[in-house]
Design a protein around this ligand. Structure first.
Ligand SMILES: *Cc1c(COP(=O)(O)O)cnc(C)c1O
Length: 372
C-alpha cells in the first residue's frame, strides 16, 4: 500500500481522456489534396473516402458521415418520421441523448438502467409503452451492447422504431456483425474524446432507402441531382474533418489494444475494492474505464484527494438525466441515480503510460483504505 503523505503528485495534470491522434505530418498529407482540389465541403471526395474506409473497417455499408453525434440522432429521428409522441430512453447517458429527443419535439420517457450492464433495463420497457410511444432510443453505455434481441422483440410486438446511440461503441461487434447494424438506425460520435475521432464529427448508420433519406437530410433535403426532395438540415462533415478521420482511422486497433492494457492494469490492482461494469464478453472497445465505488462519499473522497495528486477522473454519467429539472419533470429512476452517485471514469487514453495507471490505481486503493 502506498503512503499518501509521501507520494508526489504527477508533474502535469492527468485528465480522464485525451484525443487519440495521428502525427501532424500524416494529417497534412491528406490536407494537401484538399488544398489542391479546392473542395472543402459538400460531401466531397474525402468525406466519401472516409465513409468507405469506415464501412471497410466496421464491415458495414451503411455509414453516412455528419457533423457530430447529436445531429446524427436528430437526423435519425426525423428520417424515421418520429416528430412527435413519446420516445423511450435511458436516464444513464450523456445529455445529448435526451436533448436530441426534446429538440425534435418528442417526449423522452425514461426507463431505468440495469445495475450491472449500465444499459436500459429491457425488462422495464413494456410497462411504459402507451399509444403515444413511437420509438426506443437506447445507448450502448461505455460501448457495452444493449440487449438488442430483447429490444427488437419488444419493438416488433408494439411496432416501434429502434435507434441506438452508439457514441461510445465504434468498432464493437455483436454476434459477428457491427453493433451499428442493430436497430432501424444507429448513430455514433467522432468527437475528440471518443475512441475514433475527427475532432468534431459523427455518423448515422442506415440501410437502403432510409440511408438515402439520411444523406438527403444532412444536405438541406437535396437529392444527388441537387433537387430539393425533403426537409433537411445542414449536417455535412467538412473535408478538413474527414482528413483527420482518414489519418486517425488506421490507429484504431492499436488504440483499442492500448486501452485494453490500461483496463487490465486498473482491474488487476483495484480488484475487489471497487465494482466494474458487466460487459458482454469480447463485445466492447475499452474506450472508458468506469468504476463503481461502494458509496457516494467514497466516490467524492477519491475525486477530492486525486485532485491534489493532479489526477482528474470524471463523474460520468452524472447527474442522472431524469433529475435535471430544466430538461424534464422528475420521474424516479433509482438505479440510474444510484449509479450516477457512485461512478467514476478513470483516466484512459492512448499515451497514458501503464506506470502512471499503476500509480493512479494504487492511489485509489490507498484513499479507500485511508481512515484518517
Ligand atoms: C459524446 C456523446 C454524444 C454526443 O456526441 P457529439 O458528437 O459530441 O455530439 C451522444 N451520446 C453519448 C452517449 C455520448 O457520449
Amino acid at each position: 500500500m502506498i503512503d499518501l503523505k509521501n507520494t508526489q503528485p504527477f508533474e502535469s495534470p492527468i485528465y480522464v481522456t485525451r484525443a487519440s491522434v495521428c502525427s501532424l505530418d500524416s494529417y497534412c498529407q491528406y490536407l494537401t489534396n484538399v488544398w489542391e482540389s479546392g473542395i472543402f465541403t459538400h460531401n466531397g471526395p474525402k468525406v466519401q473516402l472516409l465513409e468507405k474506409k469506415v464501412d471497410e473497417y466496421l464491415g458495414t455499408d451503411t455509414t453516412v458521415a455528419v457533423t457530430n453525434g447529436t445531429i446524427a440522432m436528430q437526423i435519425a429521428l426525423r428520417a424515421l418520421d418520429i416528430t412527435d409522441g413519446e420516445v423511450i430512453t435511458t436516464p444513464f447517458s450523456w445529455i445529448a441523448t435526451c436533448s436530441a429527443i426534446l429538440w425534435e419535439k418528442c417526449v423522452p420517457v425514461f426507463v431505468d438502467a440495469d445495475p450491472n450492464t449500465f444499459n436500459i433495463d429491457p425488462e422495464k420497457i413494456e410497462r411504459v409503452i402507451t399509444k403515444h410511444t413511437k420509438a426506443i432510443l437506447a445507448v450502448h453505455v461505455f460501448s457495452n451492447p444493449c440487449a438488442v434481441e430483447k429490444i427488437e422483440e419488444i419493438a416488433q410486438k408494439y411496432e416501434l422504431k429502434v435507434i441506438y446511440d452508439g457514441a461510445h461503441a465504434f468498432g464493437v461487434k455483436y454476434k459477428n456483425k457491427s453493433i451499428f447494424e442493430w436497430g432501424d438506425i444507429s448513430t455514433t460520435s467522432f468527437h475528440a474524446t471518443k475512441l475514433f475521432n475527427t475532432g468534431e464529427g459523427g455518423a448515422v448508420f442506415a440501410k437502403g432507402e432510409l440511408k438515402e433519406r439520411v444523406k438527403s437530410m444532412r444536405f438541406f433535403g437535396h437529392d444527388p441531382h441537387k433537387q430539393i426532395i425533403d426537409i433537411g438540415c445542414n449536417g455535412k462533415m467538412t473535408e478538413v474533418h474527414a482528413c483527420l478521420g482518414l489519418a486517425n482511422l488506421p490507429l484504431t486497433d492499436s488504440v483499442i489494444e492500448k486501452r485494453k492494457a490500461i483496463s487490465n492494469t486498473y482491474k488487476k490492482i483495484l480488484g475487489d475494492s471497487v465494482q466494474f461494469q458487466r460487459f458482454v464478453p469480447n463485445s466492447y472497445n475499452y474506450s472508458y474505464m468506469p468504476i463503481l465505488l461502494k458509496t457516494p462519499e467514497a466516490c467524492l473522497r477519491i475525486v477530492e484527494t486525486l485532485r491534489h495528486f493532479n489526477v482528474f477522473p470524471r463523474r460520468y454519467f452524472y447527474p442522472s438525466l431524469n433529475t435535471i429539472s430544466s430538461v424534464k419533470q422528475y420521474t424516479p429512476c433509482p438505479i440510474s441515480e444510484n449509479l450516477s452517485s457512485r461512478i467514476l471514469c478513470l483516466p484512459s487514453y492512448n499515451n497514458l503510460s501503464l506506470e502512471d495507471v499503476q500509480k493512479i490505481a494504487n492511489l485509489i486503493l490507498a484513499i479507500l483504505h485511508d481512515k484518517g
